[in-house]
Unconditional design. Structure first.
Length: 276
């Protein structure tokens, strides 16, 4: 306990200077009922998720994804911001946080009141047509899928951070997918799948924000994939202090000036309380 208190004081000292850029991952949303990918051990909880190549490669893969995601979206849409999200929004309102980069696709930073959040991997609340490029609200697609699948009453044993529910094959086979209303093309959630690249302009914006930071504060990310780790490496290489608050080890631990293994909600609430 003493170590945690001392570490918390160091965190407050670093954040009090302002210029903080937050890089958040799935661990920040676990207290909202959305599981992370790896847990405290760093070991993956599930098999590999849907890849971009599989999704665009065939109708069967898209049916499997949309059946599972249609059910999982109900869980994501009901999730509410937790103490960690609210603390980040409060730090931004106080002028201490200059920017937020999130690897999450759940929209909970914005729901807590945060502004100008860069969604590195996109957002589940939007849908993209792969043919004409039109973006539409997820709620609209949800209504269309409900109408196209009356009586579909599948139940999921588990919901994943990307809104993907685990379903039996027979539940998937009976599901009907709907096309783009404008052109009839295939629809995809406006998120970055595994095997798909983050748009270069978005990456450049994240690098620019990182390079202007006084502190890079990593929250709830194991930094296992390069998508987030590259910003930690960029900050550390530029001499910008990196602070990591996460349950369990991360791939960026050796680059951090301060590393806290603490529950995110209570740690960030305590941080806000410790600041003037």
């Amino acid at each position: 306990m003493t170590q945690a208190i001392d570490a918390g004081a160091s965190l407050a000292d670093l954040v009090a200077g302002g210029g903080v850029v937050v890089l958040s991952g799935a661990g920040l949303s676990t207290e909202s009922g959305i599981p992370d990918y790896r847990g405290e051990t760093g070991r993956r909880r599930r098999a590999e998720p849907m890849t971009y190549q599989a999704f665009v490669g065939g109708e069967a893969a898209r049916r499997r994804y949309w059946a599972r995601s249609h059910l999982g979206w109900r869980h994501i849409a009901r999730a509410a911001p937790n103490d960690g999200h609210r603390a980040v929004a409060e730090l931004q309102a106080r002028g201490l946080v200059d920017g937020i980069i999130t690897q999450n696709v759940d929209g909970l930073h914005q729901a807590a009141g945060a502004r100008e959040v860069i969604e590195l991997h996109g957002g589940l609340d939007r849908v993209l047509c792969l043919s004409c490029g039109e973006r539409t609200p997820r709620d609209r697609l949800d209504r269309r899928l409900r109408e196209a699948n009356p009586g579909w009453d599948a139940q999921a044993d588990m919901i994943n951070p990307d809104g993907d529910a685990v379903l039996d094959d027979d539940q998937v086979e009976s599901f009907r997918v709907v096309p783009c209303e404008r052109c009839g093309g295939p629809l995809k959630p406006d998120v970055i799948f595994f095997g798909e690249n983050v748009p270069p302009p978005r990456v450049r914006d994240c690098y620019a924000l990182t390079e202007r930071a006084g502190v890079l504060l990593v929250l709830g990310s194991s930094l296992t994939v390069m998508s987030g780790l590259r910003f930690v490496r960029r900050a550390a290489g530029a001499g910008i202090p990196v602070v990591i608050v996460n349950r369990g080890p991360t791939r960026g631990d050796d680059l951090a000036r301060l590393n806290l293994d603490l529950p995110l909600g209570s740690a960030l609430t305590g941080l806000v309380a410790a600041l003037p």
